[in-house]
Write a protein that binds this ligand. Structure first.
Ligand code: SF4
Length: 380
Protein backbone atom coordinates (compact mmCIF):
# COMPACT_ATOMS: atom_id res chain seq x y z
CA UNK A 1 0.00 0.00 0.00
CA UNK A 2 1.11 3.58 -0.60
CA UNK A 3 -0.03 7.19 -0.19
CA UNK A 4 -0.33 10.36 -2.25
CA UNK A 5 0.21 13.86 -0.86
CA UNK A 6 -0.90 16.91 -2.87
CA UNK A 7 0.54 20.27 -1.87
CA UNK A 8 -1.81 23.20 -2.61
CA UNK A 9 0.54 26.20 -2.29
CA UNK A 10 -1.86 29.12 -1.78
CA UNK A 11 -3.16 30.98 1.27
CA UNK A 12 -5.35 34.05 1.71
CA UNK A 13 -3.05 35.55 4.30
CA UNK A 14 0.43 34.78 5.64
CA UNK A 15 0.42 33.53 9.24
CA UNK A 16 3.37 35.07 11.12
CA UNK A 17 4.91 31.74 12.18
CA UNK A 18 4.56 29.83 8.91
CA UNK A 19 7.53 28.42 7.00
CA UNK A 20 5.57 26.14 4.65
CA UNK A 21 5.72 26.82 0.96
CA UNK A 22 2.77 28.99 -0.12
CA UNK A 23 1.89 32.13 -2.04
CA UNK A 24 -0.89 34.65 -1.47
CA UNK A 25 -1.17 35.18 -5.27
CA UNK A 26 -4.41 33.21 -5.49
CA UNK A 27 -5.03 34.36 -9.09
CA UNK A 28 -2.62 31.59 -10.18
CA UNK A 29 -4.71 28.76 -8.69
CA UNK A 30 -6.23 27.59 -11.99
CA UNK A 31 -2.86 27.48 -13.79
CA UNK A 32 -1.50 25.51 -10.83
CA UNK A 33 -4.39 23.01 -10.90
CA UNK A 34 -3.83 22.41 -14.64
CA UNK A 35 -0.13 21.79 -13.96
CA UNK A 36 -0.89 19.49 -11.00
CA UNK A 37 -3.10 17.34 -13.22
CA UNK A 38 -0.25 17.12 -15.74
CA UNK A 39 2.16 16.16 -12.96
CA UNK A 40 -0.19 13.31 -11.98
CA UNK A 41 0.25 11.86 -15.48
CA UNK A 42 4.03 12.46 -15.44
CA UNK A 43 4.45 10.70 -12.09
CA UNK A 44 2.01 7.83 -12.61
CA UNK A 45 4.77 5.19 -12.51
CA UNK A 46 6.45 6.37 -9.28
CA UNK A 47 4.47 4.00 -7.04
CA UNK A 48 3.94 0.32 -7.79
CA UNK A 49 1.37 -0.32 -5.10
CA UNK A 50 -2.31 0.49 -4.60
CA UNK A 51 -3.05 3.83 -2.94
CA UNK A 52 -4.77 3.68 0.42
CA UNK A 53 -4.46 7.31 1.53
CA UNK A 54 -4.78 10.64 -0.28
CA UNK A 55 -3.94 13.83 1.58
CA UNK A 56 -4.57 17.38 0.35
CA UNK A 57 -2.24 19.62 2.39
CA UNK A 58 -0.74 23.03 1.99
CA UNK A 59 -1.03 25.93 1.93
CA UNK A 60 -4.82 25.93 2.01
CA UNK A 61 -6.45 23.16 -0.06
CA UNK A 62 -9.92 24.47 0.86
CA UNK A 63 -9.23 27.39 -1.52
CA UNK A 64 -9.83 24.98 -4.43
CA UNK A 65 -13.34 24.99 -5.81
CA UNK A 66 -15.42 21.84 -6.27
CA UNK A 67 -14.61 21.49 -9.98
CA UNK A 68 -10.86 21.85 -9.42
CA UNK A 69 -10.92 19.21 -6.68
CA UNK A 70 -13.06 16.93 -8.81
CA UNK A 71 -10.64 17.11 -11.76
CA UNK A 72 -7.66 16.36 -9.52
CA UNK A 73 -9.38 13.37 -7.87
CA UNK A 74 -10.55 12.04 -11.26
CA UNK A 75 -6.98 12.26 -12.57
CA UNK A 76 -5.72 10.29 -9.55
CA UNK A 77 -8.34 7.57 -10.15
CA UNK A 78 -7.44 7.46 -13.86
CA UNK A 79 -3.68 7.09 -13.40
CA UNK A 80 -3.26 5.18 -10.12
CA UNK A 81 -4.68 2.00 -8.67
CA UNK A 82 -6.75 3.28 -5.75
CA UNK A 83 -7.79 0.78 -3.05
CA UNK A 84 -11.55 0.23 -2.63
CA UNK A 85 -11.55 1.87 0.83
CA UNK A 86 -9.26 4.82 1.36
CA UNK A 87 -8.67 7.65 3.80
CA UNK A 88 -8.98 10.91 1.87
CA UNK A 89 -8.11 14.01 3.92
CA UNK A 90 -8.63 17.65 3.05
CA UNK A 91 -6.93 20.35 5.13
CA UNK A 92 -9.40 23.21 5.49
CA UNK A 93 -9.31 26.62 7.05
CA UNK A 94 -12.40 27.49 9.13
CA UNK A 95 -13.30 30.51 6.98
CA UNK A 96 -13.67 28.28 3.88
CA UNK A 97 -15.99 25.73 5.45
CA UNK A 98 -19.61 26.17 4.34
CA UNK A 99 -22.52 23.68 4.24
CA UNK A 100 -22.47 23.53 0.42
CA UNK A 101 -18.69 22.85 0.39
CA UNK A 102 -18.88 19.98 2.84
CA UNK A 103 -21.63 18.24 0.89
CA UNK A 104 -19.58 18.58 -2.33
CA UNK A 105 -16.40 17.34 -0.61
CA UNK A 106 -18.24 14.27 0.71
CA UNK A 107 -19.56 13.49 -2.75
CA UNK A 108 -16.01 13.60 -4.08
CA UNK A 109 -14.98 10.92 -1.57
CA UNK A 110 -13.28 13.18 0.97
CA UNK A 111 -13.95 11.44 4.27
CA UNK A 112 -11.64 13.24 6.69
CA UNK A 113 -11.28 16.95 7.40
CA UNK A 114 -8.28 18.47 9.12
CA UNK A 115 -9.42 21.90 10.30
CA UNK A 116 -6.82 24.59 11.03
CA UNK A 117 -8.43 25.94 14.20
CA UNK A 118 -5.11 26.66 16.05
CA UNK A 119 -6.90 28.33 18.99
CA UNK A 120 -10.38 29.29 20.14
CA UNK A 121 -8.95 32.54 21.56
CA UNK A 122 -9.27 35.75 19.51
CA UNK A 123 -6.07 37.18 21.00
CA UNK A 124 -4.04 34.09 20.00
CA UNK A 125 -5.46 34.14 16.44
CA UNK A 126 -4.57 37.83 16.11
CA UNK A 127 -1.07 37.16 17.49
CA UNK A 128 -0.56 34.47 14.83
CA UNK A 129 -2.10 36.65 12.07
CA UNK A 130 -4.62 33.94 11.15
CA UNK A 131 -7.24 34.73 8.51
CA UNK A 132 -10.20 33.30 10.47
CA UNK A 133 -12.18 34.28 13.56
CA UNK A 134 -13.21 32.29 16.63
CA UNK A 135 -16.84 32.37 15.44
CA UNK A 136 -15.81 30.85 12.10
CA UNK A 137 -14.01 28.04 13.97
CA UNK A 138 -17.13 27.10 15.91
CA UNK A 139 -19.27 27.38 12.83
CA UNK A 140 -16.88 25.19 10.80
CA UNK A 141 -16.92 22.35 13.33
CA UNK A 142 -20.70 22.52 13.69
CA UNK A 143 -21.25 22.44 9.91
CA UNK A 144 -18.85 19.52 9.39
CA UNK A 145 -20.51 17.50 12.14
CA UNK A 146 -23.99 18.33 10.89
CA UNK A 147 -23.00 17.14 7.40
CA UNK A 148 -22.11 13.78 8.94
CA UNK A 149 -18.31 14.03 8.78
CA UNK A 150 -17.25 12.22 11.91
CA UNK A 151 -13.57 11.92 11.12
CA UNK A 152 -12.52 15.46 12.05
CA UNK A 153 -9.03 16.46 13.11
CA UNK A 154 -8.26 19.86 14.47
CA UNK A 155 -4.89 21.59 14.74
CA UNK A 156 -4.02 23.44 17.93
CA UNK A 157 -0.99 25.63 18.59
CA UNK A 158 0.17 26.01 22.17
CA UNK A 159 2.95 28.03 23.74
CA UNK A 160 2.14 31.33 22.04
CA UNK A 161 3.30 33.99 24.51
CA UNK A 162 -0.19 35.48 24.96
CA UNK A 163 -1.88 32.11 25.58
CA UNK A 164 -2.52 31.57 29.30
CA UNK A 165 -2.96 28.10 30.78
CA UNK A 166 -6.61 29.00 31.49
CA UNK A 167 -7.17 29.83 27.82
CA UNK A 168 -5.58 26.55 26.76
CA UNK A 169 -7.87 24.73 29.18
CA UNK A 170 -10.83 26.55 27.61
CA UNK A 171 -9.65 25.33 24.17
CA UNK A 172 -9.51 21.78 25.50
CA UNK A 173 -13.04 22.19 26.90
CA UNK A 174 -14.25 22.87 23.35
CA UNK A 175 -12.51 19.75 22.07
CA UNK A 176 -14.32 17.72 24.71
CA UNK A 177 -17.63 19.42 24.02
CA UNK A 178 -17.42 18.81 20.26
CA UNK A 179 -16.13 15.23 20.82
CA UNK A 180 -13.30 15.78 18.36
CA UNK A 181 -11.77 12.47 17.31
CA UNK A 182 -8.27 13.63 16.38
CA UNK A 183 -6.14 16.55 17.57
CA UNK A 184 -2.72 17.63 16.28
CA UNK A 185 -0.97 19.91 18.78
CA UNK A 186 2.10 21.91 17.84
CA UNK A 187 4.32 24.04 20.05
CA UNK A 188 4.79 27.43 18.45
CA UNK A 189 8.27 27.41 16.94
CA UNK A 190 10.15 30.42 15.68
CA UNK A 191 11.49 29.35 12.29
CA UNK A 192 14.12 31.21 10.27
CA UNK A 193 12.92 33.61 7.57
CA UNK A 194 9.45 33.97 9.09
CA UNK A 195 7.66 37.21 9.93
CA UNK A 196 7.52 35.96 13.52
CA UNK A 197 11.30 35.76 13.79
CA UNK A 198 11.68 39.31 12.43
CA UNK A 199 8.96 40.69 14.70
CA UNK A 200 10.61 39.10 17.76
CA UNK A 201 14.02 40.41 16.71
CA UNK A 202 12.55 43.92 16.40
CA UNK A 203 10.94 43.41 19.84
CA UNK A 204 7.48 43.93 18.37
CA UNK A 205 6.38 40.50 19.63
CA UNK A 206 7.29 38.67 22.81
CA UNK A 207 9.77 35.78 22.81
CA UNK A 208 8.55 32.21 23.19
CA UNK A 209 9.00 30.78 26.70
CA UNK A 210 10.20 27.11 26.68
CA UNK A 211 8.94 26.58 30.24
CA UNK A 212 5.45 27.70 29.29
CA UNK A 213 5.58 25.36 26.28
CA UNK A 214 6.66 22.35 28.36
CA UNK A 215 3.96 23.10 30.96
CA UNK A 216 1.24 23.52 28.32
CA UNK A 217 2.33 20.32 26.54
CA UNK A 218 1.92 18.43 29.82
CA UNK A 219 -1.42 20.11 30.44
CA UNK A 220 -2.91 19.26 27.07
CA UNK A 221 -1.44 15.79 26.98
CA UNK A 222 -2.98 14.81 30.34
CA UNK A 223 -6.34 16.42 29.53
CA UNK A 224 -6.68 14.83 26.09
CA UNK A 225 -5.77 11.43 27.50
CA UNK A 226 -8.37 11.93 30.24
CA UNK A 227 -11.12 12.50 27.67
CA UNK A 228 -10.24 9.32 25.79
CA UNK A 229 -7.73 10.36 23.15
CA UNK A 230 -4.64 8.22 22.82
CA UNK A 231 -1.31 10.09 22.62
CA UNK A 232 -0.14 8.02 19.66
CA UNK A 233 2.56 10.35 18.35
CA UNK A 234 4.32 13.25 20.04
CA UNK A 235 2.08 15.86 18.39
CA UNK A 236 -0.99 13.71 17.72
CA UNK A 237 -3.88 12.41 19.78
CA UNK A 238 -6.77 10.24 18.60
CA UNK A 239 -9.78 8.33 19.82
CA UNK A 240 -9.06 4.61 19.09
CA UNK A 241 -9.79 3.92 15.42
CA UNK A 242 -9.24 7.55 14.36
CA UNK A 243 -5.46 7.81 14.01
CA UNK A 244 -4.34 9.49 10.79
CA UNK A 245 -3.59 6.56 8.48
CA UNK A 246 -1.72 8.80 6.06
CA UNK A 247 0.68 10.19 8.65
CA UNK A 248 1.02 6.84 10.45
CA UNK A 249 2.13 5.37 7.12
CA UNK A 250 4.78 8.11 6.74
CA UNK A 251 6.14 7.21 10.14
CA UNK A 252 6.16 3.49 9.29
CA UNK A 253 8.19 3.92 6.11
CA UNK A 254 5.32 3.28 3.65
CA UNK A 255 6.13 4.76 0.18
CA UNK A 256 4.37 7.93 -0.90
CA UNK A 257 4.29 10.30 -3.83
CA UNK A 258 4.19 14.04 -3.24
CA UNK A 259 2.69 16.21 -5.97
CA UNK A 260 2.86 19.99 -6.26
CA UNK A 261 5.60 22.53 -5.46
CA UNK A 262 7.83 21.57 -2.49
CA UNK A 263 6.13 18.16 -2.06
CA UNK A 264 8.37 15.28 -0.96
CA UNK A 265 8.24 11.70 -2.26
CA UNK A 266 9.74 8.54 -0.81
CA UNK A 267 10.12 5.08 -2.35
CA UNK A 268 12.30 3.30 0.26
CA UNK A 269 15.54 3.81 -1.68
CA UNK A 270 15.47 7.56 -2.24
CA UNK A 271 13.71 10.75 -1.25
CA UNK A 272 12.98 13.59 -3.65
CA UNK A 273 11.39 16.99 -3.34
CA UNK A 274 9.82 19.20 -5.98
CA UNK A 275 10.97 22.75 -6.58
CA UNK A 276 9.43 25.16 -4.05
CA UNK A 277 8.50 27.87 -6.53
CA UNK A 278 5.00 28.05 -8.04
CA UNK A 279 5.93 29.86 -11.27
CA UNK A 280 8.87 27.56 -12.06
CA UNK A 281 6.81 24.50 -11.12
CA UNK A 282 4.01 25.46 -13.54
CA UNK A 283 6.45 26.39 -16.31
CA UNK A 284 8.44 23.15 -16.10
CA UNK A 285 5.39 20.89 -15.84
CA UNK A 286 3.91 22.59 -18.91
CA UNK A 287 7.12 21.60 -20.73
CA UNK A 288 6.63 18.00 -19.57
CA UNK A 289 9.33 18.08 -16.88
CA UNK A 290 9.10 17.69 -13.09
CA UNK A 291 11.82 19.76 -11.38
CA UNK A 292 13.05 18.04 -8.24
CA UNK A 293 16.13 17.27 -6.18
CA UNK A 294 16.85 13.73 -5.05
CA UNK A 295 18.96 11.99 -2.44
CA UNK A 296 19.70 8.27 -2.17
CA UNK A 297 19.07 6.93 1.30
CA UNK A 298 21.97 5.11 2.94
CA UNK A 299 21.45 2.55 5.71
CA UNK A 300 22.54 5.09 8.34
CA UNK A 301 20.10 7.70 7.00
CA UNK A 302 17.23 5.20 7.07
CA UNK A 303 18.15 4.09 10.61
CA UNK A 304 18.39 7.71 11.88
CA UNK A 305 15.01 8.46 10.38
CA UNK A 306 13.51 5.33 11.91
CA UNK A 307 14.79 6.32 15.37
CA UNK A 308 13.48 9.87 14.96
CA UNK A 309 9.98 8.78 13.99
CA UNK A 310 9.70 5.73 16.25
CA UNK A 311 10.70 7.64 19.40
CA UNK A 312 7.90 10.09 18.65
CA UNK A 313 5.34 7.26 18.51
CA UNK A 314 3.54 5.43 21.30
CA UNK A 315 4.91 2.06 20.06
CA UNK A 316 8.55 3.21 20.27
CA UNK A 317 11.24 1.23 18.45
CA UNK A 318 11.22 -2.43 17.56
CA UNK A 319 14.52 -4.27 18.09
CA UNK A 320 13.69 -7.13 15.71
CA UNK A 321 12.85 -4.60 13.00
CA UNK A 322 16.16 -2.79 13.57
CA UNK A 323 18.09 -6.04 13.27
CA UNK A 324 16.21 -7.16 10.16
CA UNK A 325 16.39 -3.81 8.33
CA UNK A 326 19.73 -2.39 9.50
CA UNK A 327 21.82 -5.34 10.76
CA UNK A 328 23.54 -6.56 13.94
CA UNK A 329 26.03 -3.69 14.29
CA UNK A 330 23.29 -1.05 14.33
CA UNK A 331 21.20 -3.13 16.73
CA UNK A 332 24.20 -3.30 19.07
CA UNK A 333 24.74 0.47 18.77
CA UNK A 334 21.06 1.07 19.57
CA UNK A 335 21.16 -1.14 22.68
CA UNK A 336 24.38 0.52 23.89
CA UNK A 337 22.75 3.94 23.48
CA UNK A 338 19.77 2.84 25.58
CA UNK A 339 22.18 1.56 28.23
CA UNK A 340 24.13 4.85 28.24
CA UNK A 341 20.92 6.71 29.12
CA UNK A 342 19.73 4.27 31.77
CA UNK A 343 20.25 6.72 34.67
CA UNK A 344 17.91 9.24 33.01
CA UNK A 345 14.93 6.85 33.12
CA UNK A 346 13.61 7.97 29.75
CA UNK A 347 12.58 4.54 28.50
CA UNK A 348 9.77 2.10 29.14
CA UNK A 349 10.18 -1.47 27.87
CA UNK A 350 7.59 -2.76 25.40
CA UNK A 351 7.09 -6.30 24.08
CA UNK A 352 9.19 -5.37 21.01
CA UNK A 353 11.70 -2.82 22.26
CA UNK A 354 11.48 0.52 24.07
CA UNK A 355 9.35 3.63 24.06
CA UNK A 356 9.72 6.98 25.85
CA UNK A 357 7.80 7.68 29.04
CA UNK A 358 5.34 10.58 28.91
CA UNK A 359 7.75 13.13 30.48
CA UNK A 360 10.56 12.21 28.07
CA UNK A 361 8.28 12.48 25.02
CA UNK A 362 8.66 16.25 24.99
CA UNK A 363 12.43 15.66 24.56
CA UNK A 364 12.01 13.02 21.84
CA UNK A 365 13.90 14.82 19.07
CA UNK A 366 16.93 15.49 21.28
CA UNK A 367 16.96 11.91 22.62
CA UNK A 368 16.68 10.52 19.07
CA UNK A 369 19.76 12.48 18.00
CA UNK A 370 21.83 10.54 20.59
CA UNK A 371 21.02 7.36 18.62
CA UNK A 372 22.10 8.78 15.26
CA UNK A 373 25.08 7.50 13.32
CA UNK A 374 26.92 9.29 10.51
CA UNK A 375 27.87 6.19 8.55
CA UNK A 376 27.64 2.45 9.15
CA UNK A 377 31.45 2.23 8.87
CA UNK A 378 31.78 4.22 12.12
CA UNK A 379 30.41 1.11 13.87
CA UNK A 380 32.92 -1.38 12.41
S1 SF4 B 1 -2.82 28.93 6.50
FE1 SF4 B 1 -1.29 27.34 6.96
S2 SF4 B 1 0.08 27.26 5.20
FE2 SF4 B 1 -1.11 29.18 5.05
S3 SF4 B 1 0.21 30.72 5.99
FE3 SF4 B 1 -1.15 29.96 7.60
S4 SF4 B 1 -0.02 28.24 8.56
FE4 SF4 B 1 0.99 28.71 6.61
Amino acid sequence: MAGIYLHIPFCKKACHYCNFHFSTQTNHIQAFVDALIKEITLQKSYLNEPIETIYFGGGTPSLLNELQLKKIINALYTHFEIAPVIECTLEVNPDDLKSSNVVAWKQLGINRLSIGIQSFQASALAWMNRAHTVEQSHHAIQIAKKAGIDNISIDLIYGTPTLSDEELIADLDWIEKYQIKHVSCYALTVEDKTALKKLIEKKQLEEVDPEQQARQFELLSSRLKKIGLEHYEISNFAVPGFRSKHNSNYWSGVPYLGLGPSAHSFNEISRQWNIANNALYIQSINKGQVLFEIESLTTSMRYNEYMMTSLRRIEGFDLEYIQAKFGDKILEHCLLTVESMRSKNYFVKTSKGHTLNSEAKFLADGIASDFFILTTSQLL
